[in-house]
Design a protein around this ligand. Structure first.
Ligand code: TMP
Length: 227
């Protein structure tokens, strides 16, 4: 995690155009078995081709204390829903204060595997916590450090669970039932409805090649918009 990719010396037009832009914050979201690891590779390759400096990170985690909180979140025997929500935001606060904000301020892009939309989907729709509590925590913790672009890998929950079925050592959240992941999908769709400009849906039921193509094309559209 958090490996900063510094751009190589390059005088091409593409490099000059992208590098003079303010650093951007990109997040990746999706339910179980959506293919986030592959998608992350595609995003990193695109940013490398643009020669922008970036780090890749994740939530919950991405910072020393936040990674400890991640352990508690994913490997405790049981957590009350509100505790789960508060720990997600506690980890996020460490991540924001010590990694995300300083990195962006330094002119380095940040790509995070999950961010605040996951709290709305998992704790809001999955655990049934009211939206307004999450909105309050978002204002309190995230403030104005919102992602510039979010790619949502949208997979049919049954297909996603099928893909993830062979994974050994599933964590506490991964062991949830199909209905939980169906609710999560609804939660993500609710987020897309409220912020369609930021959150772009990628059909993750497609082949790996088609998903990679869709991600690349969303990134290209984003770059055209900010250039
Ligand atoms: P990962 O499997 O993508 O690494 O994420 C860890 C788990 O944490 C995943 O099941 C989704 C969950 N999660 C939440 O429930 N709420 C959140 O806010 C975040 C960031 C993750």
């Amino acid at each position: 995690m958090n490996n900063i990719k510094k751009p190589l010396q390059n005088t091409s037009r593409d490099y000059v155009q992208v590098s003079k832009l303010a650093a951007k914050f990109i997040t990746l979201e999706g339910s179980e078995g959506a293919g986030k690891s592959t998608a992350m590779k595609v995003i990193k390759e695109k940013l490398e081709s643009w020669q922008v400096p970036f780090i890749s990170t994740r939530e919950p985690g991405g910072e020393h204390n936040a990674e400890h909180i991640r352990e508690l979140l994913l490997h405790s025997q049981h957590l009350a829903a509100k505790t789960e929500l508060l720990l997600m935001f506690a980890a996020r606060n460490e991540h924001l204060e010590k990694v995300i904000r300083p990195t962006l301020a330094d002119g380095t892009w940040v790509v995070s595997d999950r961010f605040v939309d996951a709290s709305y989907a998992y704790q809001g729709f999955g655990r049934g916590i009211d939206w307004s509590s999450i909105e309050y925590l978002e204002k309190f913790v995230v403030g104005t450090t919102k992602p510039d672009l979010t790619l949502l890998l949208d997979v049919d929950p049954a297909e996603g669970l099928n893909r993830a079925a062979n994974r050994s050592n599933k964590d506490r959240i991964e062991r949830e039932a199909l209905s939980f992941f169906e609710n999560i999908r609804k939660g993500y769709h609710q987020r897309v409805k409220s912020e369609p400009e930021r959150i772009k849906v990628v059909n993750a039921n497609d082949s790996i090649e088609a998903v990679a193509e869709a991600i690349n094309s969303e990134l290209q559209l984003f770059k055209n918009k900010i250039s």
